[in-house]
Design a protein around this ligand. Structure first.
Ligand code: UDX
Length: 437
């Protein structure tokens, strides 16, 4: 099949490379000349394990190419994917669809023969119909179908998520489009991956419902963690105890500093706004959005309390800045709330992140960025783990203790055990677990 992917951001690039790897002919199109130039030179603009090799392999095999020119890439395409950004609109939290609309217009101008136009970007219910109307307006004679095919890719595990998904969701209103989509996902189909065929509105809503549900799960366990701290219970054991019930499931029950990233904060808010417009409020999701925002803001007070109520003149070491490990993405990362609050409380902050420092430097000013976890610790009054990178999981605790002025650790990801810290003599504060004296 011939595929055009519009947008070489995270979703477009991963999906384009994976479709090429399935054996399809894929052209990834973007308006950013610098980005296309870099991609053509084999440089990958995002940090995603395995992506560089996958792109290189498929370019070499002649199945994947990059272009600035939509007109030259689209004729004869069986499917054109819209994988452009849908950021939160400033002020009201609705998804900004201007890039999607623009892409629809441009596709309409250049499409040729029966084409399936697929929205891969996360778009509110009804966007497929809007895309259809735009194309119809620009090209009343065009032969096309508009399909919704949301992505469920986690950053850091995106290739695996694309190639071995729990399911693929396709919102198609006609048989012809379904056939093209089935062919595109043929390798998965043969692997017995469930492909959920449904109508467009349902497919669009599935994406938001999935993300909102996962965000709710995280927020629920975060609230349980707070309660655990009050009653002397252990949230990890609560999570295990409830997660073994197949109806609940064990995933996404890690208590932490609150969820961040490019999807959950934006998509939960967009769902809330859409539901309000339809006068069918999603009160649970409204609460999740509010609780999570507050939680991220409150995290710094854990550090302040652990340090005896004041950070004035103290040095705090920060391990991890990205919203989660294995990415350089800083969007809505808890660190963006925590670090400024530490500074506002009078602390000097010294930070390290394995991949996110470049991104972070533009967002978190006036902190010392150092090279490696141990360098943050020299003479520090406390260390706070914000992101659970693997390389922070096996620190030499004796060394940690000896390097710090006062060995106090605030572990917002529960990657250590209270008893091992007690043994070494580090005052250890984690999330939702009893503290060992
Ligand atoms: C998410 C969805 O998982 C994916 O299906 C969707 O397509 C895009 O959004 P992503 O944002 O890459 O993916 O990361 P994810 O691993 O889901 O984590 C999101 C946030 O939740 C992170 O800040 C993470 O630290 C937090 N989280 C996740 C928790 O705090 N606890 C958990 O148990 C799981």
């Amino acid at each position: 099949m011939r595929v055009t992917m519009i947008g070489t951001g995270y979703v477009g690039l991963v999906s384009g490379a994976c479709f090429a790897d399935f054996g399809h002919d894929v052209v990834c199109v973007d308006k950013d000349a610098e980005k296309i130039r870099k991609l053509e030179a084999g440089e990958i603009p995002i940090y995603e394990p395995g992506l560089e090799a996958l792109v290189a392999e498929n370019v070499k095999a002649g199945r994947l190419s990059f272009s600035l020119d939509l007109a030259a890439s689209t004729p004869n395409a069986d499917a054109v994917f819209i994988a452009v950004g849908t950021p939160s609109r400033r002020g009201d939290g609705f998804a900004d669809l201007s890039y999607v609309h623009k892409a629809a217009e441009e596709i309409a101008e250049v499409m040729d023969g029966y084409t399936v136009v697929v929205t891969k970007s996360t778009v509110p219910v009804g966007t497929g119909t809007e895309v259809e109307e735009i194309i119809r307006r620009v090209r009343p004679d065009a032969d096309f179908s508009v399909v919704s095919n949301p992505e469920f890719l986690r950053e850091g595990a995106a290739i695996m998520d694309f190639k071995k998904p729990d399911r693929v969701v396709v919102g198609a209103e006609d048989e012809r489009a379904q056939k093209v989509m089935r062919e595109l996902y043929r390798p998965l189909y043969l692997n017995e991956t469930p492909i959920v065929f449904t109508n467009r509105a349902t497919s669009e809503l599935i994406k938001y419902a999935a993300n909102a549900f996962l965000a709710t799960k995280i927020t629920f366990i975060n609230e349980m963690a707070d309660l655990c701290e009050k009653v002397g219970a252990n949230v990890q054991e609560v999570a295990r105890g409830i997660g073994l019930d197949g109806r609940i499931g064990s995933k996404f029950l890690h208590a932490g500093p609150g969820y961040g990233g490019s999807c959950f904060p934006k998509d939960t808010l967009a769902l809330v706004r859409t539901a309000q417009v339809y006068d069918s409020p999603t009160k649970i999701v409204e609460a999740v959005v509010e609780i999570n925002n507050e939680r991220k803001k409150k995290m710094a007070s854990r550090v302040i309390n652990a340090c005896g109520g004041s950070l004035e003149g103290k040095t705090v070491a920060v391990l991890g800045l990205t919203f989660k490990p294995n990415t350089d993405d800083m969007r809505d990362a808890p660190s963006l709330d925590i670090v400024p609050a530490l500074k506002a409380a009078g602390a000097k902050v010294r930070a390290f992140d394995p991949a996110g420092m470049h991104e972070a430097q533009g967002l978190l000013k006036d902190i010392d960025y150092v090279d490696g976890p141990y360098k943050t610790l020299e003479g520090a009054d406390a260390v706070v783990i914000i992101t659970e990178w693997d390389e922070f999981r096996a620190l030499d605790l004796e060394r940690v203790k000896s390097m710090m002025k006062t060995p106090i650790m605030i572990d917002l990801r529960n990657i250590y055990r209270p008893d091992e810290m007690a043994e070494v003599g580090i005052a250890y504060h984690s999330i939702g677990r009893p503290q060992k004296a």
